[in-house]
Design a protein around this ligand. Sequence first.
Ligand code: XMP
Length: 525
Amino acid sequence: KVLVFDFGAQYGQLIARRVRDLHVYSEIVPCDITADEVRALEPSAIILSGGPASVYAEDAPSIDPGVLELGIPVLGFCYGHQIMAVTLGGEVAHSEVGEYGPATIERERESALFNATPLTQTVWMSHRDAVSRVPEGFTVTSRTEVCPVASMECPERKLYSTQFHPEVRHTEYGQQILSNFLFDICGLEPDWTMDNLVESMTAQIRERVGEDRVILALSGGVDSSVVAALGARAIGRQMTCVFINHGLLRKGEPEQVEEVFTKQFDVDFVHVHAEERYAALLDGVTEPEEKRRIIGTQFWKEFFAVAQELERDGRPVKYLAQGTIYPDIIESGARKTGGKASTIKSHHNLIPFPEGVHFDLIEPLDHFFKDEVRELGLALGLPEHIVYRQPFPGPGLAIRIIGAVSPEKLEILKNADAIVREELDAYNQRLFEATGERNSEHSCWQYFAVLPDIKSVGVMGDERTYARPVILRAVESSDAMTADWAKLPYDVLARISGRIVAEVPGVNRVAYDITSKPPATIEWE
Ligand code: XMP
């Protein structure tokens, strides 16, 4: 496997992803991991990511110098390039002119890292500091007009680094450079497949759990369903799937989840009716992070209560498994990213345990992106209607109702959302039939209705109305990290708008959100 040292969350995940795209397994580790810890993980290669800091900044992250002495091949990018230089006795200087965006490198000499790439090529740069003197034993392999050391290497020690970012698509030969490192330099084989992954993840769960008992936080979405399938393979009925119905689910959803997990899967399934407890807790709460905190905290309490109930037979429940994926962690800030990403929103599954509640967490998907989780789901034999379900946030409709949640607003939103889903499911199906692709260029990745806390004037049947608008949100994406609003045909938009106003009492207007992420996020709260 390849270890990616993370010097600033936004970069690390992309590198790990690119390595997996080349069919080599990779994992992200915090940059302050020690040489001994690295040795114990037995990686075949190490990649040092970029990061936002300057190597000379006061609390700039550094690496254990021993890591570079292990004999394991190392490739550093940007900050990783500079940290390699200073750690080994080279120098980094602050330059007058930074380089941001595309740049042209001229190669200085033959280098295995650049096999099968031209002497002059376009790369993506983003830096002000630059290596001004390479460490002893290193040679410069390329430069740009402003950057004298665009890449350097010491092949005898298998150390390589680039000032530019091979992991971004704008670096013309980025994927070739990465593949040269992994296959030509490290001698790895592109033999990592979803089937291998299923096998190794199943084995890991079995080994970790032993004879202990597990409850699974099951929402019925693709992430938790994949964990359910993995868990069922690994430990069978040592695991109980717990579905908390918080009353904030979409129309028809609780019934559908119950149907799938009691009839199509051979698992222990518990349906907890927590609708009233959630309604009481959320009464009058308007602040988005406060809503998220209340919902997330109550989830833990509900799971704990179920665990205590199960434990009455005298066998303790030690673990809670859940379908946390990588973007959840990134957006929630701090946890597991070494605290270097800022909090955009607190995902429900990453809220700290309240007092008196404790589980050991099993989160087998916490390094993966949504599209990878879907592939894993297919490899596990999950039905397509689960694998291709659009994502739905754990806090549910509460974060799509702006302001306080009430039964009246919930009813409006459920009905409007059902129409949006019906129409856009059909639209996606038509695209699928035309292109044969599930996530083709214009298909919607996630689509729903949002209910803002305002009213507007309208006229229906010659009468004045003063009622609520519904906002349609539909985005194209592959991993939720970035998204663009879907360029839906006008006739589809017209049909959705017409149906919502005609069929949902209390709504007299429909607006379409035409903002990408960034600067907006997919959800409204
Ligand atoms: P945003 O709104 O941050 O959403 O662009 C990115 C993706 O994450 C989903 N989301 C959540 N999923 N728990 C979840 O399981 C949450 O608390 C949560 N908040 C947002 C959102 O639906 C989108 O797919």
